[in-house]
Design a protein around this ligand. Structure first.
Ligand code: NCD
Ligand code: ZN
Length: 356
């Protein structure tokens, strides 16, 4: 049998539906990496203090716009999409104001689930008025899907969340549009794939490059590898396989969200290292590697460039992105304000390169 090897792909310009860029002097370095590849990105609101109001989101958006690559260079028209941080104090009025200000969603962090989530929701019942208004005005809820009880094993937190929180939430608010963020288990992949949306609201899911490429062995290969530690934590191989299966399936409920989460080198390589993998610089080559290995490069465009925009009801991009099968090495680190950030798979090779 003769197999054609695809060596170049050109796709509609993609968007990143889950991204952390932090704030202040690190913004120009971080935005430059994302804007090289993506036309738009949803900017996570877990700053300190969190982005909880339309006013704070608009001010943050302006700081990001100011940090974009300069006029006429690649990425100068990058567009940040803002979401607000849901807290116990979020009201229906906050939701109305957010909608009016062009905010695209609210993010649910169960209190204590991850980086800067102390202000997160302690009890969803406290947000019922806000959730009802979101349901009414079609504002999506982006969900960090992990329970936080110390007695639940860290590898089980996502699966338990589905039964204990997500399904009851969708039943209580049957019109609510939900995005199950950075899914990591076969339970989450199958829950989203099989959800009956004629009965309950629409559901989508984002998937990161690290959860498609690695299983939990990567955190412990030859010693503790802090740059492979993120939340939700990498899982067993069977879960990775299930994620690849849904990502390449062409099912529009699954789309790209890197969850690129930069932390300064010293806060990762630490006795109590922060959670987060930095993938903004090489996100599209990493995803291309996954789809290529699965023989599904023809499905990359839907996952990366169409399904997220369609889910959010936003127009698809008109620009293009070209990738070539060309090896390149991943730098050991990048400047990040006055500090440095170590990317995922630092110092090793990438099989794909962005060429335009
Ligand atoms: C994220 C961060 O550092 O902000 N960390 C991570 O491991 N993904 C927070 C998050 O998305 O959970
Ligand atoms: Zn995140």
């Amino acid at each position: 049998m003769i197999m054609d090897v695809v060596n170049t792909i050109e796709i509609c310009q993609p968007d990143d539906w889950h991204l952390h860029v932090r704030d202040g002097d690190v913004l120009p370095d971080l935005i430059a990496h994302t804007a090289q590849q993506f036309a738009r990105a949803i900017i996570m609101p877990n700053l300190k203090p969190p982005v909880t109001t339309a006013e704070l989101a608009l001010a943050y958006k302006q700081r990001i716009l100011n940090a974009r690559p300069s006029e006429n260079s690649v990425g100068s028209s990058f567009e940040p999409l803002m979401v607000l941080y849901l807290t116990d104090m979020t009201t229906a009025e906050h939701v109305k104001n957010a909608k009016q200000a062009g905010v695209v969603g609210f993010k649910l962090y169960p209190a204590g689930a991850t980086t800067n989530s102390d202000a997160g929701v302690t009890d969803l019942a406290k947000c019922s008025a806000a959730l009802a208004e979101m349901e009414r005005c079609g504002m999506p809820l982006l969900v960090h899907g992990e329970v936080t009880h110390a007695d639940i094993d860290i590898f089980d937190r996502e699966a338990v969340f589905i039964d204990q929180v997500l399904e009851p939430l969708r039943k209580t608010h049957p019109g609510l549009k939900v995005i199950f963020e950075h899914i990591t288990t076969k339970q989450a992949a199958h829950y989203v794939r099989d959800a009956d949306t004629s009965r309950l609201g629409a559901i989508g899911a984002t998937i990161t490059p690290q959860h498609l490429l690695y299983n939990r062995n990567a955190i412990f290969s030859g010693g503790v590898r802090p740059h492979y530690y993120c939340l939700p934590i990498l899982k067993r191989e069977e879960h990775r396989v299930a994620l690849v299966e849904v990502a390449i399936s062409g099912n529009p409920r699954f789309f790209l969200g890197t969850d690129s989460a930069p932390h300064a080198k010293g806060t990762k390589e630490n006795a109590c290292g922060c959670a987060g993998c930095y993938t903004a610089w090489h996100a599209m080559p990493l995803y291309a590697e996954v789809f290529d290995a699965a023989g599904a490069l023809d499905r990359l465009e839907g996952f990366a460039s169409y399904f997220g925009a369609d889910f959010y009801g936003l127009p698809r991009n008109t620009g293009k992105l070209k990738l070539k099968r060309q090896q390149q090495s991943i730098p050991e680190s990048f400047p990040m304000g006055g500090s440095t950030v170590v990317p995922l798979r630092a110092g090793e090779m990438l099989a794909w390169t962005i060429v335009g």
